[in-house]
Design a protein around this ligand. Sequence first.
Ligand code: GTP
Ligand code: MG
Length: 630
Amino acid sequence: MNNLMRRAQNVQLWRKYCVKQYTTEAASAALSRGKPNYDEFIAGRQVQAQRSIVVQVSSEKSYSELYNYCSRFGSIVGAHHYCVRHDDDLHYILLEYSTAHEAAAAIDSGATNGDLSGVPVRSPFLWFKAAPGKRGPKLAPNNNNNNNIHHPPTSDLQSVDGTRQLDQEALLSQLRGAESIEQQVQLLHRHTQLNDLGVRMRFLAALQVQQAISGMFPAAQAHPFGSSVNGFGKMGCDLDLILRFDGETGGRKQSSGEPPSRLIYHTKENLSNGRSQTQRHMECFGDMLHLFLPGVCHVRRILQARVPIIKYHHEHLNLEVDLSMSNLSGFYMSELLYMFGEIDSRVRPLTFSIRRWAQACGLTNPSPGRWISNFSLTCLVMYFLQQLRQPILPTIGALVKAAEAKDVRVTEDGINCTFGRDLERVGFQSRNTSSLSELLLQFFEFYSQFDFHNRAISLNEGRQLSKPDHSAMYIVNPLEQLLNVSKNVSLEECERLRIEVRNAAWILESEVENSSLPQSERQEETWGLLNLFKHPEKAIIRPNMFFKPRMVEVSDLFEEKHQQLQSTIGPASTGEAVATAAPSVAYKNVSVRQQVQSIKAATRTELKQLRGSSSAAAAPSPSTKNRRSR
Ligand code: GTP
Ligand code: MG
């Protein structure tokens, strides 16, 4: 009964919260002010989604006609065109009205199409039918419609083909033309981050699910989380969605003056345990999405995972969606990452470069497995920024200390997600003035030295701890401190990470030196960051790759060219000779090539260390000293 009461109270508070706070313009105002906190950001985007509809058209040229038709429902304040590319290009225009009522009026005016089979569903996804009297499905462009008065749009489309990503070649050419590594990092971030339209589309996907079930579940909330909202998402990233029925997301349980209602919804008592009940519910929602929701296709149920999810593709948005019902801590984790990104403007560009590098050398992979996930990698970056002599990020412990009553969040399974949300109150100021290229190099150097074998990483304390178990990599889960975020990472993958960070440190060190030369004197077109991203053949991880024996033929390591180089350069420089000669060796088998490269990298590091340890007896070799000086 207490539970029933508590839920009833929550529902009531949540409704009040929705109506009084977030359906007003306050949240959108916070959004347009530029520095919204996470709750304001989420709520502002939700309000924006409620004011929006998506209409399939024959091309962007239909905008004028669509604008004219749809203006009858209200005032259109924004319009964005995008394409979904299948065999043909499918064109869509996202229209934003000035109020949610106007968008609702447009949706409610929708008719069913007799030609199409399927149960009619009310959703913000619509199709602009050709005006009566016109032949065929094609729409006539511009002012050729059946309304008496034509109103030209008050503004142009804000984007045309607005989700098109910069193709690889164009991106590389931008990076080649940059003036410094610093600028390359910034450009990579600017050109690959999820854009405004991408965020709008993700909030519309969430709203569609929420509205579809709102008749039966009035308190249901579908919230985007993960990289779609935490500021670390790139164009085309998946949408992580959490579906809640009790309003327990965000700061929604503020007390209000009004007493809770005495009219309590009857609910159906469920006797099975929580997990199997969630799985059963998800199965049911999965069927519902699959059978009825326009755009939803390829629905897959992954119900045995630690966090059961329904995966689907949204064909009108060209979007992969992971829907969960029981991962509130993941939602609050996104808030933590969002705050970290807001604290310092270097955090997001740096993380983008590191994620890109990891993708390029095949350390990460979109499917889950024994490799490091983007989330764990992001935690490594955050920890690196916390432990600097002049930290760039505060510890999570410091955020927890700054919490006030309004920051209290405890999930239904008892996970405490309370931390200070007001950055001014947290009062963290970094005195670190390092550039992005310095930080990038320091990141690689830091993890080259990190003792993954014995040490665990704690973002809560911003320091290393001894490892509590034998996992290859241990990152304390910031919100469930008994769990390891990187438990999935295998010993081999952890080793590969160590090798790749060493390689990257090695490459970047010489790139930093090279980048100080004027552009005209740079030897190669591919320079700076681009040399970190030069492993396209490694980008695909084949699941069985690491079951194969990893032995390498010794003869593979020694080729004529090495010997020639060694004889010209001399024995003291063997490490460099191997490095210089490496690209000229052609291996038939990719996996052998990778192994050889790994062994060479490890040998170079050992050589470096040997030189270091012999420096007590002799002065360091000039070449080593020069390479190290910055
Ligand atoms: P991409 O999807 O690769 O772009 O990154 P992502 O950050 O969205 O990662 P993912 O989809 O794997 O996870 C979504 C979100 O769930 C993350 O951003 C975290 O907020 C949260 N999350 C994932 N794994 C964990 C975990 O082990 N613990 C906690 N507390 N949260 C997690
Ligand atoms: Mg994600």
